[in-house]
Design a protein around this ligand. Structure first.
Ligand code: HEC
Ligand code: HEC
Ligand code: HEC
Ligand code: HEC
Length: 445
């Protein structure tokens, strides 16, 4: 039934990296139950985003509820790299934010260079929620939401955003903040977070907080983009956090629900986004395709030919079935086995933006970069999408090597991202759906 893969597949001699896929959860045991992960001042820089996504996935996998916030300036400054009219980078940043599952964003001045309405339209099409409580558009109306309530575990967090400076049309931030706090509390918010993007920085934030009560946490935008993320200060009951260089470390602040825990700022954790943290597949794909787009070759005259020679660390399902027929038969009954058919039905099977999660190893280290190869030999979410590239295993004498039996939740979350999955991904339930007799189920051996 299976095609013979040996004829066409050039087995890679490079076995290093074959087990790198066995992603350890980078955030072991120590995670809190509810926490707030924050960014600010990314200014179009994508470095670290795919690793940050893995850190958040890892925290989720250990049972934490994570709220993700951005305090502005996702877009690059208008000079010298980008022109104000160029929406590509802002659109990419918003797409990455959606894929990471960032819950609420407030705009900064770099996001507003082409006008609030432009950024509002981009955010809408990326399905990213933006709040700006005191910002007015050209028509005198609010271009963004005034505030937003986000469920976090069994409770909810109210988020509002302030911006001030840069000749923007704004209302009094103190009055706006007071109104937002009252409205969010009335809607049942247990915790209130302000995203403050102020030309006056932390000094101005402290001034505003002296006049507004009930704000538990402030994420400071337009602050220093150097150093580690940190608790920059405490103003009354409010902890003020600052993202620092958000491309090289992730800051996570535990949520201490008011009335519980000890007084003082909540525990704060810093995770360096080092090379040892695996990149999330989904966010990684977005960034790779932006850096080096891959276009269907067939219909584009003069387009670059498919790479004539690639070395793969992926052996393909056809190799696995030779020795794991029962697992293969069970896998065929899962939705993963129809992932390419789904794309064909949508006429998107040659769309590089889709194939990465609907095939095996596309654009991954040791995987193919060719659309044709991906749809021919590496179609569907296959064995190695979960167990990692298996050339090393296929070639090994000791079959305990070169593959991973355990599939950590972070591997599933690499594809089951916030922008592709309806509702939260429930690992325990989802795993039951993809296993059965012959494949990982008790009756199999
Ligand atoms: C030539 C035969 C052969 C091929 C081809 C083969 N396997 Fe295996 N595999 C085995 C054997 C035998 C074991 C059992 C090793 C043991 O438990 O001692 C095994 C074990 C495994 C395990 C469990 C490992 C563990 O730690 O318990 C996984 C997962 C696995 N294979 C996946 C794959 C995947 C994915 C492919 C295709 C890339 C593949 N295998 C191809 C023979 C093969
Ligand atoms: C390489 C990307 C990828 C990985 C890794 C992946 N999935 Fe999926 N998954 C998909 C795609 C794509 C679909 C939709 C397939 C279709 O219907 O076309 C899907 C569908 C599903 C479904 C059925 C739809 C639903 O949500 O009920 C379940 C269950 C599921 N996956 C569970 C898992 C689990 C559990 C893991 C990890 C052990 C995992 N997946 C890993 C891409 C992936
Ligand atoms: C980041 C990974 C990822 C990317 C990229 C991706 N998908 Fe999917 N896709 C999934 C997952 C995961 C599911 C299963 C979602 C679920 O059921 O919860 C899915 C499900 C689907 C389904 C529904 C399958 C069904 O019938 O139930 C369609 C249709 C689909 N994808 C089309 C696309 C198209 C078109 C693209 C490109 C524009 C794309 N996908 C890109 C991961 C991805
Ligand atoms: C969506 C992710 C996913 C895909 C796709 C997948 N597996 Fe698995 N596989 C798992 C999980 C989860 C387990 C259970 C691991 C454990 O024991 O905790 C498992 C267990 C196994 C085992 C060890 C247990 C047993 O049943 O012998 C083998 C071997 C295996 N898979 C082979 C395969 C092969 C071959 C394919 C492709 C035909 C495949 N898997 C596709 C997730 C996946």
């Amino acid at each position: 039934m299976a095609r013979n893969p040996g004829l066409r597949i050039v087995l890679s001699a490079v076995l290093a990296g074959a087990v790198a896929h066995t992603a350890r959860d980078p955030t072991a045991a120590t995670q809190p139950r509810a926490a707030l992960s924050y960014t600010a001042g990314l200014r179009g820089h994508v470095a670290g985003l795919a690793r940050r996504a893995t850190v958040v996935d890892g925290a989720r996998a250990t049972g934490s509820d994570i709220l993700q916030l951005d305090a502005g300036d996702l877009s690059p400054p208008s000079t010298p790299e980008g022109q104000p009219g160029d929406q590509r980078r802002p659109a990419l940043m918003l797409a990455a934010a959606a894929r990471m599952g960032i819950d609420v964003v407030t705009p900064g001045e770099t996001d507003l260079v082409a006008g609030p309405e432009r950024f509002a339209a981009l955010a809408r099409s990326a399905h990213v929620t933006v709040v700006a409580t005191n910002l007015l558009g050209h028509n005198g109306k609010r271009p963004f939401l005034a505030h937003h309530l986000v469920p976090l575990g069994a409770r909810s967090v109210g988020v509002f955003g302030l911006i001030e400076g840069w000749n923007l049309r704004t209302t009094d931030p103190v009055a706006a903040a007071r109104e937002a706090v009252v409205a969010l509390k009335a809607k049942g918010a247990s915790l209130i977070v302000g995203l403050f993007h102020l030309a006056g920085g932390q000094a101005r934030a402290t001034e505003i907080l002296a006049a507004v009560s009930g704000v538990n946490v402030v994420v400071l935008g337009h602050a220093s983009t150097e150093g580690a993320p940190r608790i920059a200060g405490v103003a009354g009951q409010t902890s003020i956090v600052e993202a620092g260089d958000a491309t090289s470390a992730a800051g996570v602040l535990d949520v201490v629900w008011p009335g519980t825990g000890t007084p003082g700022p909540p525990p704060h954790h810093v995770t360096p986004l080092a090379a040892s943290v695996p990149e999330q597949l989904g966010v990684g794909l977005l960034l790779q395709l932006d850096a080096a787009p891959i276009l269907p070759q067939r219909k584009v005259p003069g387009a670059q030919k498919a790479p004539a020679f690639e070395t793969w660390d992926y052996a393909s399902n056809d190799a696995c079935v030779l020795c794991h027929a029962p697992a293969f038969e069970q896998w065929k009954t899962t939705d993963h086995a129809h992932a390419l058919a789904t794309l064909i039905r949508k006429k998107r099977n040659h769309d590089a933006a889709c194939l990465g999660c609907h095939s095996v190893g596309f654009l991954q280290p040791g995987g193919t970069r060719s659309l044709e190869t991906a749809t021919t030999f590496f179609a569907n979410v296959g064995c190695e999408s979960c167990h990692g590239p298996g050339v090393g295993h296929v070639r090994s004498v000791d079959k305990k090597k070169g593959t991973a039996r355990k599939v950590p939740e972070t591997v599933c979350l690499g594809c089951h991202t916030a922008d592709q999955t309806l509702g939260p991904f429930e690992y325990a339930k989802a795993v039951k759906e993809i296993l059965g007799p012959g494949h990982g189920a008790p009756s199999s051996k």
